[in-house]
Structures are given as C-alpha cells and as structure tokens.
Design a protein around this ligand. Structure first.
Ligand code: B12
Ligand code: SF4
Length: 509
C-alpha cells in the first residue's frame, strides 16, 4: 500500500473522527483484508463481547472484521481458521490469560502468516510479562479503538500510540474524549449474534425472551477501591455518552432485535447522579417500555433517584457492599459508610427496586468480629439477592502490590474458572476458614436468594422453555462431571442453541 494512500486515509480519519466509519465497504481499504477479533472466554456462559464489537465497528469499513467468541473447550478453532484472517486481535483479562495463550498457540500453528495483536485488561496491566509469554506481533495497552484503526490501516506497529513493543519508546493510547464519537457496537460483525439474545438474561428473578444485552453508557470511575484495576483501562475521570447516544443504542436493540430489557455494565451507573436522572427522564419519553438493571454506588443514591429509576423501568440494582465493618471498608478504600449502605437498601425496598448485594470474604484487617458485622448487616438490609466473593488481587490494583509486599498470596495461578471460587490469599484467615465463612454467608441468604430466583413468572417461563434436548444435555454433563454447576451450564447452552435455531427458523419463514 502506498504511503500517499495511507496518509490520505489517516487524514480523513483524523478529520471525520471514528464515527464516520460505520459503513461496511465492499472492498476493504486497510492493509489487512480479513481481521478476526477473538474474545477469550473461560465460561460456557456467553455474554455479548461489547469491547470486541466496538473495535469491529471502528475498523469494519477498511477490513472484513468478524468477531469470534470460541467456547472454552474449542481446541480446533475451525471457524476462525476457515475465515483465514491476516490479522488476529485477541482480547482477554488476567483471568482468561491461560485460555488466550492456548488460542494464540493454535492460531499461530494453523495460520502462520497472520499477524497477532493482543489487547484488553490482561495485556494492559502486565504488558511486559504478557508480551514475553505470548510473543505477539504487537500488544495494545489501554483503550483499543484508535490503535486498532491505525494498525488495520497499515501504520507500522512501532509508531502506533498505545502499542507496546519491547525496546520501543511507548506512547500511551489515544482515547475518545467524547464517547459519542464512538460508533455503536457492530453486532452485524458477529455471525451468530442472535445466539446471545436468549433467555433468561442477566437480571435475577426475571425472564426475558431476548435476554439482557449489555450496554456501556460511560467509561472511567473516580473511586479508588484497592481491589479494582478498572482505572488502568479507562482512567479515573468519568466520561459519559450523551443520553441521546445511549437511547439510540437501545432503540436499535429494540427495533432491530426485539430486545425489551438491557443491563448497564458501567462501573457506576449513578456517577454522577445528574446523568442518571437525565437518562431516566429521557427514557420515559421513549415510545417503548424497557426493563433494565445496573450497578450503583450507595453514596450517590437516594430514594428520589430510586423512584425515578423505577419509573423509567429499572428493576434491579447491583451494589458492591463488600463488608459490614467500617474498619474493613476503610482498609479497601471503599469510600462509603455502613450507614449509606443501609439507607440505599432501605430506599430500594421503599421504591420497589430489587437490590442485589455483593460481599467480599478475606479482606485486609478482617477478623471474626468483622465477619459477624457483615452477617448482621445482611440481616438488616435484606438484599433481594446476595453473592459472596473471595477477595482476589488482580495485577495493577493497589491490593495486588499490598498482597505481594505482605506475602499474602497462596495461589497466583489465576487459572481455571475455579479462580472465582477459591481463596487465593491468606491474610487473617486460612483458605479453609474463608471457605467456611463463605458457606455460612450463603446459608444465611439461601432462602432469600431462592425466593428471588423462583418467582412464579420465572418458573412458568422456565418450565415452558424446557425441551428434551436440554434435559439430555444436563444429564449427559452431570454423568460426565458429577458437577451440578457444569450440568446447569450445559443446560443453558442447549437452551441458547434452541433459541438461536428457533430464531433462525423464524427468519427463514
Ligand atoms: C462486563 C464485565 C464483566 C462481564 C464480562 C462481559 C463480557 N462480555 O466479557 C462479566 C460479568 C462476565 C465479568 C466477569 C469477570 N470479571 Co469483569 N468486568 C466487566 C467490566 C465491568 C466491563 C468490561 C467491558 O465490557 N468493558 C467495555 C469494553 C469497551 O472494554 P474492554 O472489554 O476492556 O475492551 C476495550 C479494551 O480492553 C481494548 N481491548 C479489548 N480487547 C482487545 C483486543 C485487541 C486486539 C485490542 C487492540 C484492544 C482490545 O479495547 C476495547 C475498547 O476500548 C470490567 C470493568 C471495566 N470498566 O472495564 C470488569 C473487569 C474487566 N472484570 C474484571 C474481573 C476481575 C472479572 C472476574 C474475574 C471477576 C470475578 N472474580 O469473577 C470475572 C471473570 C470472568 C471470567 N471467567 O472470565 C476486572 C479485570 C481485572 C483483570 N486484571 O483482569 C475488571 C477490569 C473489573 C475490576 N474491578 O478490576 N466481567
Ligand atoms: S470497584 Fe467500582 S467503584 Fe470501586 S474503583 Fe472500581 S469501578 Fe470504581
């Protein structure tokens, strides 16, 4: 490709911004004809890979971009190999690094001519180590859209801001100051996208025939929880899309895909609360009725906002409570108080929003007295749903440095999907003690959780959707693994397949 053509295209890109590039051209103009964007997943549960779809949207006019989301046990990667890409983008978290390496090795062997570029939070927080382990052609640190666009356009990797290459001076990635300049996720770049629009969806205790696709309304979080590494990707300053831009994404999902529920995966939906308020007011003016869930912080929430959210269709809010002990909240820099937690849950119950609480096990400074404080708090606030996680330090977070400094780690492999189910540090409690604490927490909320999931509406919808192939998948998996969780996942997999096939058949008719 001539330098002149490359420069001309770059000029255009600079002038028009990325949003000008949403049309898929017949003849791609980029250096790479076919780009495979591969989402790395270790769970059989599929969620729409919003990051990869946004990357695809930014390059699809200059390359044939296809987003793949291979199953964790797919070792052949036939779909990707058959696509025969000349550029492969692999996106992964620290947690999914081992599967990314597997995919990288398979694709290298089967597609030796293709260039491989890594990106996502995993490579971002450990660029040197990941580069050393994968030996890719390039590694993108931070937000990937602008860098990916430059790469596909044919710019030498070493001159692209955001690309890390050993021995080459590193320049941080350019990011979108105004998120409205980002194109909407390119669902059409995922061949089996319809498979992801499937019940029950991610809002607990609800059943949506088209699932609950994920929407990000902003990037960045101003808070400083020690266990979080989100700021390394999106910074500490919140950038919000305009309400109009978010509504256009919802409208598209509603009009083109029949979606009637979504989940907002922003780090904090109500930061700042003024944006959340404006969003609800505008959503209320839309002609359709949408149900939705989101993640909120308690220090910027009150009954008035809750009431408005409820009126605008919000049915569930997820709240990271973490602990009922002021001492522990302080140790993890949560910057919220137990009183604020109680007030927020009371407000949710008052206005009719189902609050889900997530809590941590094994925090710094946590003793049995603090565990007891958490148990008492759970009793008082009565979450509609509760989840309890072991505290896991991810590279790049303050907690990680603290854990290394203090020798708290007992398991640093980050491998396997069991990661989220096993303690990896011993601070004040042994691993067995942490397992016991978590078991007792779950005992405390078992009835409430069950009651929430087994609402008559959900049960009826679930029963109506049962098909022999799903039961067969469930029993087959249980016979193979003797693990009820794996069996349930196989069931959900079969359910998704069934819905996708039904939708395909519907389209053909
Ligand atoms: C949604 C989400 C999830 C969803 C996943 C949805 C999905 N489809 O993937 C669910 C709920 C499943 C999830 C689970 C977990 N998550 Co999570 N999750 C998030 C969250 C809130 C948003 C991710 C997202 O979609 N962002 C929006 C898109 C646009 O960003 P992105 O995906 O990062 O992609 C951009 C860049 O990374 C880059 N990029 C990505 N891939 C590629 C590839 C190439 C080639 C290039 C060039 C660029 C590039 O460009 C993209 C566009 O800018 C983030 C926090 C955050 N604010 O990002 C945490 C986060 C990613 N999760 C995190 C963690 C720890 C987890 C869990 C391990 C938690 C747990 N203990 O269970 C599990 C792991 C699940 C698993 N088994 O793999 C951590 C990751 C830390 C780390 N070092 O890896 C984060 C950062 C949150 C945190 N508190 O620190 N998560
Ligand atoms: S855990 Fe949530 S609130 Fe805390 S810093 Fe991370 S994104 Fe922000």
């Amino acid at each position: 490709m001539s330098k002149k053509r490359c420069d001309a295209r770059r000029d255009l890109f600079e002038r028009k911004g990325m949003s000008g590039y949403v049309q898929q051209r017949e003849t791609p103009m980029g250096t790479y004809e076919r780009t495979a964007l591969v989402n790395v997943r270790v769970e059989s549960r599929q969620r729409i890979p919003i990051g990869m779809l946004t990357l695809a949207a930014c390059v699809k006019d200059i390359t044939k971009a296809v987003v793949f989301d291979p199953d964790p046990d797919d070792l052949e990667l036939r779909d990707i190999v058959d696509f025969n890409p000349d550029l492969i983008g692999l996106g992964f978290m620290t947690q999914t690094g081992f599967r990314a390496k597997q995919i990288c090795d398979v694709l290298r062997a089967k597609l030796p001519a293709a260039k491989i570029v890594l990106g996502g939070v995993g490579p971002t927080v450990e660029k040197e180590a990941v580069f050393e382990r994968f030996k890719p052609d390039g590694l993108v640190v931070g937000e990937g859209e602008k860098a990916m666009r430059r790469i596909v356009s044919g710019e030498p990797l070493e001159s692209v801001p955001g690309v890390y290459l050993p021995g080459v001076p590193f320049r941080p990635a350019e990011f979108f100051q105004n998120l409205d300049d980002l194109p909407l996720p390119a669902y059409e770049c995922m061949p089996d996208f319809e498979k992801y629009l499937c019940p029950p969806g991610g809002i607990r205790g609800k059943w949506y025939d088209r699932g609950t696709p994920m929407i990000m309304t902003g990037r960045g979080c101003p808070y400083r929880c020690t266990f979080c590494s989100s700021h390394l990707m999106f910074g500490r300053c919140v950038r919000r899309r305009s309400v109009a831009s978010v509504l256009s994404e919802i409208r598209r999902l509603h009009d083109e895909y029949g979606v009637d529920a979504v989940y907002f995966f922003d780090d904090t939906f109500n930061a700042p609360p003024s944006w959340a308020r404006q969003f609800c007011e505008e959503l209320l003016k839309e002609p359709y009725r949408l149900e939705w869930g989101c993640q909120i912080r308690v220090n910027t929430f009150n009954a008035e906002l809750g009431k408005l959210m409820k009126r605008a269709g919000c049915v569930q809010v997820d709240i990271g409570v973490e602990s009922g002990s002021p001492k522990v909240l302080k140790a993890i820099h949560k910057d919220e108080t137990v009183e604020q937690v109680e007030a927020a849950f009371a407000a949710c119950h008052e206005v009719g929003l189902a609050p889900m609480g997530t809590f941590l096990v094994g925090c710094p400074e946590e003793t049995m007295e603090d565990v007891e404080l958490t148990r008492l708090l759970v009793r008082r606030i009565k979450p509609s749903f509760s989840e309890f996680f072991y505290l896991i330090p991810y590279p790049g977070s303050d907690l990680y440095d603290e854990a290394v400094r203090n020798g708290w780690f007992v398991d640093r492999s980050y491998e396997g999907r069991g990661m989220v189910d096993r303690p990896v540090m011993e601070i004040n409690f042994t691993r067995d003690q942490q397992r016991e604490i978590r078991r007792r927490y779950f005992e405390l909320v078992a009835f409430r959780n069950l009651k929430g999931y087994l609402s008559p509406g959900v049960l009826w919808s679930a029963l109506r959707s049962v098909r022999p192939m799903m039961l067969a998948a469930l029993f087959r998996e249980f016979a193979k693994t003797r693990n009820i969780r794996d069996a349930m996942q196989a069931y959900v997999h079969a359910l998704r397949r069934y819905y996708a096939e039904r939708q395909d058949a519907g389209k053909k008719r």
